[in-house]
Design a binder for this molecule. Structure first.
Ligand code: GLC
Length: 687
């Protein structure tokens, strides 16, 4: 059951599309103060899940989190927010319930930070909608799973990308021209490392102007995209939120003519500095502006592009015109000063304080259907609505074809239009673990198509780091290696052990029938693709403590290695499972392990996972790209003690006919390896 309690006059975020019960009585579970502050006393063993993209653990206890979409490239423990605002959490303990705070401005979640036993949720203003979700758990479903399922029904079906977007992608900020990209593709193909996509970062544009292409370095994008398609490669360009101010640039001129950019109180367009220098922000909360911006993607769709990533849409602000002038004026005053400790820090702070300055977000406005609203009050909706602009345009422009879309910034609701990537992480071992921990929290919020920059975005990557990270990344729906300009080049083929990369990345394609099927079933049913162990084994008190293993779909548990020079790791098995070792596309060995704690050796170039009893994993023979993977002749890995059954979801991967019953095939295997299939056109062989 979902109860909605309204305080004041909430802004209509359009996050919710499903049904609920209007509730006029007291807020269940939480103590309410003034319609904007809600608290709950936690018992010692209560676990708090959720908050989507964020720092720290799967269990969010012990820290203060803020919903404030921020362009912050340092995802270290002391941070309070990253690029997104995902105001959903679950309390699992003495009482068990879910909370969604639908409020587009700043919200803090003090989960035992001020007082170790208190959970306090505080919104900036008392204009919000609170949804409290109580479980109606049924057979075969835990309370947490059921709460998530109800929440997902409330917020609508998750975005589904094309099948090719489940292939491996290579990206780097600083692929400067066509030849450099040809080289990247060739090197992957020559090394036998599968590849489906190359990402075009800001350098493909003409001086960072959205929906333009640099004609010197990419003289004919349509021809180049077609040439790449012949090699099984999709090009995926980036789109930034800010539109460069430049006479003669059509996007700028049209936006000005129709008044589609965000304005200041005096009615003049707000000027911010981002990659192209001075830009205006399209008013993503204004339906007309959104439609206009969305239709601009056609410029690239028409050139054979079928995927995009939306960036800098918190929106990131390097400086505002006003603050920049102010700082220039003030810096001059320091010229004749003796810069002592206090003055030097003040001097330095003035320049550092230019970027993403809270005051700047109070300077511009949106023209929303319900009236004019100051940006900071609805800050967390910007990235969501930029991606919605694209998503709605794709439905109109490309009704028969799925388009890849993922965004950096998001709010709940955006999951209907695109996935997310987790932004500018670093080539740090701790960021493998952070990647793992974020995945189930994001799934709870409806964000299923997601992944991190594998190998790490900032800092220099090492060969072992990339291998270990890929061994996790091969299970994430978005599997992309991305790095920042100026860092060590980290395409897999640049390192020495080519064969190991071939095998680890190759395994993604072997597992693709399972990964795609599990993703699609989760998206269509409102389930999670990645689950914490405790969601599957709610009675197991130790499973609640596990922060470095995940359930992937219905059959697999993973326990990646995330420490340098480790030769293996401790793994907790909540039940008897089959350990499967893969060295390449062939299964190397399997072993039945009993419930409990085990130390498992895992060589650097090895991927291991665990299959639950009476569960199956359909696998393919692999391929160099998704379209070469044969989904009709599959092998079945399984741990069958009595009998196991699996429903395989598969479709053409491009159209939107998701609910067609022909997309589902049921297969059964008994303990002697006898396979029975219900459905046409597919063979399964036990291995
Ligand atoms: C931002 C993005 C990053 C991208 C860079 C240049 O930092 O998060 O992925 O490479 O901008 O466009």
């Amino acid at each position: 059951m979902i109860r909605k309690i309204v305080f004041g006059t909430p802004f209509d975020t359009e996050a919710v599309t499903g049904s609920f019960q209007e509730w006029e009585g007291e807020v269940p579970y939480l103590k309410e103060e003034g319609g904007r502050k809600f608290s709950y006393r936690m018992e010692e063993n209560d676990v708090v899940y959720g908050l989507g993209e964020n720092v720290r653990g799967i269990n969010k206890r012990g820290w203060l989190y803020e919903s404030k979409c921020s362009d912050d490239p340092k995802h270290s423990e002391e941070k309070h927010s990253l690029y997104a605002a995902h105001n959903f959490l679950i309390v699992d303990g003495a009482e068990h319930f879910g909370v969604f705070v639908d409020y587009p401005g700043m919200v803090t979640f003090d989960v035992g930070y001020t007082d170790i036993d208190m959970l306090t949720i505080e919104a900036k203003e008392a204009d919000l909608a609170l949804y409290i979700i109580e479980s109606e758990a049924g057979e075969g479903e835990s309370i947490s799973e059921n709460i998530v399922k109800q929440f997902r029904a409330l917020i609508g079906r998750s975005y589904i990308p094309p099948k090719w977007a489940f292939g491996y992608g290579q990206s780097r900020w600083s692929y400067m021209d066509e030849d450099e990209i040809r080289e990247v593709v060739k090197a992957h193909r020559e090394a036998g490392i599968p590849l489906d996509a190359v990402y075009l970062d800001i350098d493909y544009m003409e001086r960072y102007k959205d929906f333009t292409v640099n004609e010197e370095t990419f003289p004919n994008l349509a021809d180049f995209a077609a040439e790449m398609r012949k090699q099984g490669i999709h090009l995926v360009p980036i789109i930034d939120a800010g539109v460069k101010i430049e006479d003669g640039y059509d996007v700028y001129e049209e936006g000005m003519e129709h008044g589609y950019f965000c304005k200041k109180e005096d009615g003049k367009e707000f000027v911010a500095g981002v990659w192209p220098g001075r830009v205006h922000f399209p008013d993503m909360l204004n339906a007309d502006a959104r439609r206009w911006f969305g239709r601009k993607y056609k410029v690239l769709l028409d050139q054979g592009i079928d995927g995009f990533w939306n960036d800098m849409n918190e929106p990131a602000i390097f400086y505002s015109e006003e603050n920049l002038q102010n700082v220039f004026n003030k810096l001059g005053e320091f010229r004749s000063e003796n810069l002592d400790l206090e003055k030097f820090f003040r001097f330095q702070g003035m320049v550092d304080g230019l970027a993403n300055n809270a005051k700047d977000y109070e300077m511009f406005y949106h023209e929303h259907k319900d009236g004019r609203v100051r940006h900071d009050k609805v800050h967390n909706l910007f990235g969501y609505n930029m991606t919605r602009a694209a998503g709605e345009a794709f439905e109109e422009l490309e009704p028969d074809r799925r388009i890849l879309m993922f965004s950096r910034s998001s709010y709940i609701g955006m999951h209907r239009y695109g996935g997310i990537w987790t932004g500018d992480n670093l080539s740090w071992w701790s960021h493998i673990l952070l990647n793992l921990r974020m995945m189930p929290s994001l799934n709870m919020c409806g964000i299923l198509y997601t992944g991190a920059d594998l190998g790490g975005f900032g800092a220099d990557c090492t060969e072992d780091l990339l291998m270990r990270w890929l061994a996790l990344g091969l299970f994430t729906p978005l599997m992309r290696n991305h790095a920042a300009m100026g860092t060590r080049k980290q395409e897999a083929y640049r390192f020495t052990k080519t064969e190991s990369f071939q095998k680890i990345i190759g395994l993604r394609y072997v597992l693709l029938p399972y990964i795609y099927s599990e993703f699609m079933k989760a998206a269509l049913k409102g389930d999670m693709y990645f689950r914490p162990l405790s969601f599957v084994y709610p009675e197991d008190t130790f499973a609640r403590r596990v922060e470095d293993q995940l359930m992937v779909g219905e059959s697999i548990m993973i326990a990646p290695v995330y420490e340098q020079n480790a030769k293996g790791r401790y793994v907790y098995l909540p039940e008897r499972m089959k350990l499967v070792r893969f060295f390449g596309s062939e299964k190397e060995s399997e072993e039945i392990l009993e419930k409990g704690h085990h130390y498992i050796d895992v060589a650097l170039d090895e991927v291991v996972f665990f299959i639950r009893p009476d569960h199956l994993v359909p696998v393919s023979a692999g391929g160099c790209c998704v379209e070469k993977v044969d989904f009709s002749n599959l092998k079945l890995l399984g741990f069958v003690e009595k009998e196991a059954s699996y429903e395989l979801y598969d479709d053409d991967g491009y159209s939107r006919d998701y609910d067609n019953p022909a997309n589902r095939t049921r297969v059964c295997m008994d303990k002697d390896g006898k396979v029975t299939v219900w459905g046409e056109g597919r063979t399964f062989t036990a291995v």
